[in-house]
Design a protein around this ligand. Structure first.
Ligand code: PEP
Length: 249
């Protein structure tokens, strides 16, 4: 059985005051029946980890460097994320692929480092609108998976997030059939590469304009094991609606 996961990505949002949202979330879900993860900016990570200590909620990073240490000004290693209290890291988000020109091999190297450090890696894949309109979605996702997911992946350390770029922060969401088609494809690819046991145990998240109002129907789609949520994870009230929908799935 795959345990459901509601993951929030705060991106470059939040200073000290935002920790009150996390505290509100811990009060709303003292013992969640699904995994609940918040990935705040690195500056808040340690305090966020303290805020959720002893609750069923965990915290993660939004990126890490592929090296364990060294002359990489401004970067953060996987070990540093662990040290700050993270158990997971988001890698290959489309904003990092675009803003920092991250390629699949960069994401794979970061994922290796994350897994070596004992972190779970949420590896993001997704097509642009142009690629979808050209009917290239599955080819793009397949290529991103082959290039970004390391061989050492297991059902424990790998989570794949399908995030169509055109759905992120836009309010646009693919149809349920389109989500199902991609998630079934990702599952089949994982089973082919890693074998049925591992392939079936990796959790698959959908991300892109998930809100309390559309969460339940998205969670009803086959092979959707939860969501990676941007905007609607910033406020405890909104994210709570999504966690509740996942708990009822
Ligand atoms: C994201 O950036 O991962 C995301 C899914 O954002 P949003 O929920 O705001 O579309």
């Amino acid at each position: 059985m795959r345990r459901k996961l509601a993951a929030g990505n705060w991106k470059m949002n939040g200073t000290t005051a935002a920790l009150s949202e996390l505290e509100a979330l811990t009060r709303a879900f003292p013992s969640p029946t699904v995994d609940v993860l918040i990935c705040p900016p690195a500056t808040l990570l340690h305090r966020a980890a303290e805020a959720v200590r002893g609750t069923g909620i965990t915290v993660g990073g939004q990126d890490c460097h592929a090296a364990t240490s060294g002359a990489h000004t401004g970067d953060i290693s996987a070990d540093m994320l662990v040290d700050a209290g993270a158990n997971t890291v988001i890698l290959g988000h489309s904003e990092r692929r675009e803003d920092h020109d991250e390629q699949n091999e960069d994401v794979r190297a970061k994922a290796r480092a994350a897994m070596d450090a004992g972190l779970k890696a949420i590896i993001c894949v997704g097509e642009s609108l142009e690629q979808r309109e050209a009917a290239n979605t599955l080819e793009i996702i397949g290529g991103q998976m082959s290039g970004s997911i390391p061989d050492q992946s297991t059902g424990e350390n790998l989570i794949v997030a399908y995030e169509p770029i055109w759905a992120i922060g836009t309010g646009k969401v693919p149809t349920l059939n389109e989500i199902g088609e991609v998630h079934d494809f990702i599952r089949a690819r994982l089973e082919r590469r890693f074998g049925e046991g591992v392939g079936r145990s990796v959790r698959l998240l959908y991300g892109g304009s998930v809100k309390p109002s559309n969460a339940a129907e998205i969670f009803g789609v086959s092979n959707v094991d939860g969501a990676l949520v941007g905007g609607a994870s910033l406020k405890a009230a909104d994210f709570s609606g999504i966690v509740e929908a996942l708990e009822k799935t």
